[in-house]
Design a protein around this ligand. Structure first.
Ligand code: SF4
Length: 362
């Protein structure tokens, strides 16, 4: 009963925006395919997922409360009003709207703060965040034509507590062309939902795909063309995985070499005791060292098969599970490109042949 109530509470809309099918919001512009399905075939999330996502909401709420406190103390500028969830609508298409996380407004300037919680802080804006910022600034310009509009995307790393600001203000040079393209995309989403026909909306893969509940039916994720998936939006993560995995493999080898070296020395100086004692102790200036002989027992499947073939054949005794195997290998053309781009830096050095080949069972 408690789980059901918790589920109901966590599933409630964050803002009272009415029927989602009738409107297109700034977050819908990240992926038109997802936006369509989230309106026409909304999926019920598991309670576990809702609890995971609530972590991000918590970070956003923390920022909001901090800004509210600063505002009350007058630290965000005199005569500045702070508004939470300000609703903006397109002048010609009122169904296209945005709800701004935090807005600071004075006579001259309107500052939008959009808070994002993420597992990784990207160096530059994700395209989806850029679209949201552009759309919000575009609608704000329509609603407040006499004001200077600024927009900051404040991203918080959920795990590490780090944050980064991505400024999209007057210096960012609001791009009308991009805004107009987003309005066209909003029109397509709106029309597709009204017609109950997704043929006019396309998937737009990005890092957000990893959290998308429509990935299972998304043609961008499971193409039937036998062409490789375009993972260029995950370039940073893939490169980091390759580096981390290479370091991990090297560390494992080095650990084994050091262990063998120490074990050899301890055995040599312990003489016969090394053959009988189960534990040998040692000390250096800074460390206690313990070398233990431990026994382990496991069933040999070869011997089981040979001695008790009928038991071996009984499927019920086997716990079957599957695991994924991820291989990341630097591409040849990537290496060549790097070589071309950095002729002076790579000259005379071992070049990108150092790019690690990674094989990892997860
Ligand atoms: S998996 Fe990615 S491309 Fe596909 S619908 Fe989801 S967000 Fe869009």
């Amino acid at each position: 009963m408690f789980d059901e109530l918790l589920f109901e509470a966590l599933s409630r809309p964050k803002t009272d925006i009415g029927d989602r099918k009738r409107i297109v919001g700034s977050s819908d512009l990240v992926c038109a395919f997802k936006a369509y399905h989230s309106k026409v075939n909304p999926k019920k999330r598991a309670l576990k997922d809702l609890l995971i996502f609530s972590r991000g909401d918590g970070r956003e709420q923390t920022i909001r409360e901090a800004m509210m406190w600063l505002h009350q103390k007058g630290k965000l500028g005199k005569n500045t009003e702070m508004i939470s969830q300000l609703e903006l609508k397109h002048i010609d298409y009122p169904a296209f709207m945005a709800h701004l996380d935090i807005t600071l407004m004075n006579q001259r300037v309107m500052s939008i703060v959009e808070v994002k919680s993420t597992m990784n802080l990207p160096e530059t804006l994700y395209p989806g965040w850029f679209y949201q910022g552009t759309f919000q600034v575009g609608l704000a310009k329509m609603a407040y034509p006499d004001k200077i509009i600024r927009c900051t995307i404040l991203a918080v790393d959920e795990a590490k507590g780090k944050h980064r600001k991505y400024i999209c203000d007057v210096d960012w040079q609001f791009d009308h062309l991009v805004f107009n393209e987003l309005v066209e995309k909003a029109k397509k989403i709106h029309a597709a939902v009204r017609a109950n026909d997704p043929s006019g909306v396309q998937p737009e893969p990005s890092l957000l795909c990893s959290k998308c509940e429509y990935a299972a039916e998304c043609p961008a994720i499971w193409p039937d063309t036998r062409q490789p998936l375009d993972l260029s939006s995950h370039e940073d993560s893939i490169a980091e995985y390759a580096t981390v995995n290479d370091t991990y493999n090297k560390a494992k080898k080095r650990r084994e070499a050091i262990k063998n070296q120490l074990e050899f020395f301890v055995h040599r100086v312990s003489g016969d005791a090394a053959n009988t004692a189960k534990t040998l102790f040692g000390q250096s200036h800074g460390f206690d060292v313990k070398l233990q002989a431990r026994e382990q027992f496991r069933v040999s499947s070869d011997k089981l098969k040979e001695k008790y073939p009928e038991v071996y054949a009984d499927e019920e005794i086997w716990d079957k599970s599957s695991y994924s195997f991820l291989t990341v290998k630097a591409r040849k053309d990537f290496n060549e490109r790097l070589e071309e781009e950095k002729p002076s830096q790579t000259k005379g050095k071992k070049k990108v042949a150092q790019q690690p080949v990674v094989e990892k069972a997860a």
